[in-house]
Design a binder for this molecule. Structure first.
Ligand code: ADE
Length: 357
């Protein structure tokens, strides 16, 4: 930890993490989101697809086909859902897969939607199977089947819905079941933004925030934003504060560099943890190859952070392991095990402990 860049002031991991944080729901940040397709910068093919679909549907006086958006967090899936609703002059309801715990949660939303309503379901891959089954007739025939009573007395009633558009968003499209995926008429993947588009987004956001930024400043900020508008806007707010207090109010390459050095974010948008990860590969593993699990175990011990167990949606109630399910847990880690299960019963466990001289 001798390199000053390796010394974090706050948690820089959060600054350059694409996932939505509390600070991203601040009204000032929300006001930076484009509201119309012609304000949207980048993702040109997706924008064109949506422009055509929206215009054609409007001519036919119909809602547009259901849309599935796939891609890493922070690239604009929620923004696009909002834009679709605005362009179709429809109301928007925002929910997420894990929030729809029971069929009734979804039915309650569906039965209160007007013609042209847009329902945005974030993390749609996490929708429970029982709820997903209500979505099929809703998406295909705009109806839901209520089941009354149980067993031999069970009766079903079909309820007609107003025609709506479902916009699903997922970071893990491979986890979506085929029947659900196939019911979307439009499926597009969002890609990381190039530097030129990020510069445009940063200049637009700076003008909305009423702060001046020169071209080299915008270019420098775009290089550190990991191809992600959400990160660019987050960093822009930090740089704005720095520039107002420590400089003359105009964001330049120098103020971007100075402000982000304080955040532990370097010229490529890497944090101290990213650099340590790369150094681990370089120094301990002599440039690799290095198992990702071994690196994760070393980092868990070094940072005192227990990473989450991924894909743990249905923990076994009989298993009393203390899982971490969301984010990470800060805790002193003395030792870490990695398990690899191979074919034919050839399994391996590696144990790592802190080395002290
Ligand atoms: N702000 C965040 N993402 C944006 C985008 N794609 N276009 C314009 N402004 C944005």
């Amino acid at each position: 930890m001798s390199d000053p860049k390796d010394r974090p002031t706050e948690d820089p991991l959060e600054m350059v993490n694409g996932a939505c944080l509390d600070i991203d729901t601040d009204p000032e940040v929300l006001s930076l989101r484009p509201e119309r397709l012609d304000e949207y910068i980048g993702q040109d093919e997706i924008v064109e697809t949506l422009q055509i679909a929206i215009e054609a549907a409007a001519n036919r006086k119909e809602p547009i086909d259901h849309v599935l958006l796939h891609g890493p967090p922070g690239l604009g899936k929620t923004t696009l859902a909002t834009i679709i609703a605005n362009e179709m002059s429809g109301d928007l309801t925002i929910t997420s897969g894990p929030a729809l715990e029971k069929g009734g949660d979804l039915i309650g939303i569906l039965t209160h939607m007007d013609e042209g309503h847009v329902l945005f379901v974030d993390e749609i891959h996490r929708i429970p199977k029982t709820v997903e089954e209500f979505l099929y007739p809703a998406m295909e025939e705009f109806s839901v089947d209520f089941i009354f009573d149980k067993g031999v007395h069970a009766r079903s009633h079909r309820y007609r819905l107003n025609r709506f558009t479902l916009v699903g968003a997922t970071t893990r499209v491979g986890l979506l079941s085929a029947p659900l995926r196939d019911r979307f008429g439009i499926f597009r993947s969002l890609d990381f933004y190039g530097e030129a588009d990020l510069v445009k987004i940063i200049r637009r956001s700076a003008s909305l925030l009423k702060v001046q930024i020169d071209n080299p400043g915008a270019a420098e900020l775009s290089k550190r934003s990991r191809g992600t508008p959400r990160i660019a806007n987050r960093l822009l707010k930090r740089v704005r504060d720095y520039t107002q207090v420590r400089a003359d109010g105009v964001i330049t390459r120098e103020t971007v560099a100075a402000a982000l050095a304080l955040e532990g974010v370097d010229e490529m948008g890497l944090t101290h943890l990213d650099r340590r990860y790369l150094k681990t590969i370089l120094k301990y593993y002599k440039g690799g190859p290095a198992g990702i699990e071994a690196i994760a175990a070393v980092l868990a011990i070094d940072r005192g952070r227990i990473p989450p167990t991924i894909n743990l949606e249905n923990p076994d109630p009989d298993c009393d392991l203390d899982y971490v399910t969301e984010g990470f847990r800060q805790k002193e880690v003395g030792a870490a095990l990695t398990n690899s299960f191979g074919f034919g019963g050839v399994n391996a466990t590696l144990a790592f402990t802190r080395f002290s001289q």
